[in-house]
Design a protein around this ligand. Structure first.
Ligand code: 5GP
Ligand code: MN
Length: 315
């Protein structure tokens, strides 16, 4: 059931024990939104914790409290008044959903592809980031922002907008970020931390990008990372930023081997609806940024995704 921001704020304010979670393969917005709200709730004297069923990439070490994010332990049960699922629909939270006994479940998201399965859902696809929603949510609770919370929320807003460059950046996005900077967030520190890679990671990406392929008269640029190369390419963060700049490209993507017969696809576009393509394969996202998982042989998966993109380009 969709609810308003004020209703969501009331649910959050009414809960005493809160568990926050988000999607697997965590990004700045998922970590920032859960951790930031955790800080706020603790500052209100509540019992709040973050459970995410994945490793947290080390770039998020810059976020205060990140070491307190826990992965649900095998067979463990967790109880709470409220489970808040941030930046994703319920089904993409790994083992968390089954491990938590919560009186109520609230989903807070900005993905237009949200399946709306949650008992209570505050969805605002006009917001660039779930962290931008969190900013409004806390304002709706008449709350202020500690530096810890502000740092987390700023990070999610910055990363989901490509540091305020993507088309989802609005005056409201900038105002929220400006308020958070006023509290003391240092944009340069967040930017440097988010872009940090090891020498090996950079070199592995360079090798992957050297094999980039162009399709559809240069309208599509793609990097295919097979099982062999996937061993080296331990981070895909930033690869698509290198492809997006190629003049004439409409859609850029990578397909990366994940496990036998399973590949991760991540797409970016300049207006082509890549979320529709992703949804066709059980994935989702936003019009200009989406992802999905493909199965089968590498060559089949490559053909399948290229055909789907071609179809969308010609719509
Ligand atoms: P990325 O390409 O950075 O992994 O994801 C781009 C956007 O699409 C993000 O907002 C992300 O949450 C969403 N997304 C990526 N993969 C999936 C998926 O498999 N399912 C859904 N529902 N959304 C996805
Ligand atoms: Mn997000």
């Amino acid at each position: 059931m969709k609810i308003t921001l004020e209703e969501a704020a009331r649910m959050v304010a009414d809960a005493q024990t809160v568990i926050l979670t988000s999607h697997i393969r965590p990004d700045g917005d998922s970590v920032g939104s859960t951790l930031g709200l955790m800080h706020y709730l603790r500052e209100q004297g509540k019992d709040a914790r973050v459970l995410i069923d994945d490793e947290i990439p080390r770039i998020f070490g810059v976020l205060p409290g990140v070491e307190q994010i826990a992965r649900p332990a095998e067979g463990a049960r967790y109880t709470a008044d409220l489970l808040i699922v941030c930046d994703v629909e319920l089904k993409r939270t790994g083992a968390v959903l089954d491990a938590v006994d919560a009186v109520r479940v609230l989903n807070i998201d900005h993905h237009v592809t949200n399946d709306e399965e949650a008992e209570y859902l505050y969805l605002n696809p006009d917001d660039a980031a779930t962290c931008e929603i969190m900013y409004d949510l806390i304002r709706a609770m008449d709350g202020g922002f500690s530096l810890d919370a502000a740092t987390c929320f700023y990070t999610g807003i910055a990363t989901d907008t490509g540091f305020f460059r993507f088309s989802n950046t609005t005056p409201h996005t900038m105002r929220a970020a400006a308020d958070l900077i006023e509290i003391g967030v240092k944009p340069n520190i967040i930017a440097v931390a988010m872009e940090m890679k090891s020498y090996d990671e950079v070199m592995a990406q360079v090798r992957a990008i050297r094999n980039l392929e162009m399709f559809y008269d240069g309208r599509v640029a793609a990097v295919f990372i097979d099982e062999e190369r996937a061993k080296d390419v331990t981070t895909t963060e930033g690869i698509l930023d290198k492809l997006r700049v190629i003049e004439g490209t409409q859609v850029v993507f990578f397909m990366k081997w994940l496990e036998p017969d399973t590949y991760r696809v991540s797409m970016r576009s300049k207006g082509t609806n890549v979320s529709r393509i992703a949804q066709g394969f059980g994935g989702g996202g936003h019009i200009r940024a989406a992802g999905c998982t493909l199965h089968g042989s590498f060559d089949e998966a490559k053909k399948t995704i290229l055909a789907a993109i071609g179809e969308e380009l010609n719509r």
